[in-house]
Design a protein around this ligand. Structure first.
Ligand code: FES
Ligand code: FES
Length: 235
């Protein structure tokens, strides 16, 4: 694991005899919690999240602002984390796909993805979810065109988009009680030694889909035109 940057606390900072001249200290909020890091100023947010902070739900596809797989929310706006250098994070609020579930239960949006089969390989799913989350916060009942516009910067190679669009459109209709039912069902999906798949979830199983919608899937992706980072006007 690369350690180009390191987590620090205020106390640890005070005790440090000297600083790495190639690093800066950035303080921001990550999924509601304050974080202070000593990090190279051009370190990409994707790498900070995945390698320093252990949040691997954010996926890396193109690493060039094209595929949208790395989409996170910064101050509530969907941006490509691979285009955000550490030096732009001071005072910001960063939210990743890991912030969506509550107490282990998927959010209504995640549950809608599960119901509609909107997650297949899973590489685009965190980016889709965070792009849709930004939309639904400002518009809980979006039109189909508004959904298409919101997720237009995220490439999906698997679903053909129709299921994703329906999942986002219908997210507002998912009742909180459904989360309870989903949690109960998930227990019954636990692999058993006698399972035909050898105890491993299959690609189409609800259990593996749940992992993808909560950011625990794994895959790689290629690119699609869309380049988004933090807008200059928002700094
Ligand atoms: S990995 Fe960031 S846009 Fe593709
Ligand atoms: S589910 Fe979207 S790229 Fe595979």
């Amino acid at each position: 694991m690369s350690r180009a940057s390191s987590l620090t606390t205020p106390a640890a900072d005070a005790a440090a005899p000297e600083r790495d001249p190639g690093k800066i200290t950035v303080a921001f909020t990550l999924n509601g919690r304050p974080v202070t890091m000593a990090v190279a100023p051009m370190r990409r947010l994707t790498l900070m999240l995945r390698e320093e902070l252990g949040l691997t739900g954010t996926k890396v596809g193109c690493d060039a602002g094209d595929c949208g797989a790395c989409t996170v929310l910064i101050d509530g706006e969907a941006v490509c984390a691979c285009m955000v250098p550490a030096g732009r994070l001071e005072g910001r609020s960063v939210e990743t796909v890991e912030a969506l579930a509550r107490d282990g239960a998927p959010s209504p949006l995640q549950e809608s993805f599960l119901r509609h089969g909107a997650a297949q390989c899973g590489i685009c799913t965190p980016g889709m979810l965070m792009s849709a989350e930004a939309l639904l916060r400002r518009n809980p009942l979006p039109s189909e065109q508004e959904v298409k516009d919101a997720i237009g910067g995220v490439l999906c190679r698997c679903t053909g988009y129709a299921k994703i669009i329906q999942a986002v459109k219908n997210a507002a209709t998912v009742l909180p009680a459904a989360s309870i039912a989903w949690t109960a069902c998930r227990r019954s999906w636990a692999p058993t030694p006698s399972a035909p798949t050898g105890g491993r979830p299959t690609a189409s199983s609800p259990r593996s889909s749940a992992a993808r919608t909560t950011g625990r899937g794994s895959a790689s992706a290629t690119s699609r035109p869309s380049r988004r980072g933090i807008r200059a006007s928002s700094t």
